[in-house]
Ligand binder design. Sequence first.
Ligand SMILES: NC(=O)C1=CN([C@@H]2O[C@H](COP(=O)(O)OP(=O)(O)OC[C@H]3O[C@@H](n4cnc5c(N)ncnc54)[C@H](OP(=O)(O)O)[C@@H]3O)[C@@H](O)[C@H]2O)C=CC1
Ligand SMILES: O=CCCC(=O)O
Length: 293
Amino acid sequence: MEVGFLGLGIMGKAMASRLLKHGFRVTVWNRTRSKCQELVEQGASIGETPALVVKKCKYTIAMLSDPAAALSVVFEKDGVLEQISEGKGYIDMSTVDAETSSKISEAVLKKGGSFVEAPVSGSKKQAEDGQLIILSAGDKALYEVMVPVFDVLGKKSFFLGEVGKGARLKLVVNMIMGSMMNALSEGLCLADRSGLSLQTLLDVLDLGGCANPMFKLKGPAMIESKYPPAFPLKHQQKDMRLALSLGDEHAVSMPIAAASNEAFKKARSHELGDLDFSAVYEVVKGTASGHAA
Ligand SMILES: NC(=O)C1=CN([C@@H]2O[C@H](COP(=O)(O)OP(=O)(O)OC[C@H]3O[C@@H](n4cnc5c(N)ncnc54)[C@H](OP(=O)(O)O)[C@@H]3O)[C@@H](O)[C@H]2O)C=CC1
Ligand SMILES: O=CCCC(=O)O
């Protein structure tokens, strides 16, 4: 199966690479073309534009930073819409809001193509290991065609129904995750200021009812003020913002998410946006301006 892949950031690069390793033919495109080189060395072909990737491939996956990027790759000149047509499928795995996803879906359908949104839970390591959790919605027939691809990328894929359900579920999950990261940061800070061992705090958390892989993975690096980007903080703040907007729409009061969003915004204002989202700890500690990225 030949698959197009648009967007070779942290996630896209790992996912496209995994597809190549599992025997798929992959044609890649990235706005910054130099990022295609590593994939070409692994056997990928390059498409000069998103439109040319879609022209060449029956199925094209996108993994782009945010709603603006997802829309521009579809609607702008040389974009997906110029070549999508009957028999072709477009699968957007970026984390965006339901409105963005619906706009893309409607435009693709109008041209005769089919569309699935399929945002993912899991980060860089899970993408490399094919352990993502895939939250799909949209065209069921296209979803079924993509199952062999999703099986290589993930450990479980859900089909959730109409377009928007995958996008919304992803935002709810990331809203919870972002709030948990702020809670961990406050806990580490409080333990530190009250004379406790941070490693002991992590050990105790890991043995108890709120043990989770995220605290286990990120906690030790946070103690050392190290934030190599797996999930960039700017994207986590985007997801909190989109989740809060969903909360507005449904009149759901979310004071914990709102406070967490403020902390992520503050971290961005201190230019920590390209670090891992665990760098919000620097803001909670009050040391953000002194932290060298
Ligand atoms: N990292 C993670 O742990 C996870 C991320 N996600 C989601 O996956 C998506 C990608 O994340 P990630 O790989 O980490 O992000 P990166 O920031 O590493 O990569 C973003 C990608 O989007 C491209 N891009 C940005 N703006 C535009 C634009 N205007 N036009 C075209 N391309 C654009 C970038 O191109 P260029 O190289 O030219 O900048 C790059 O390919 C996001 O929606 C994120 O929320 C989901 C799960 C986990
Ligand atoms: O959207 C990013 C999710 C990161 C994760 O699930 O670890």
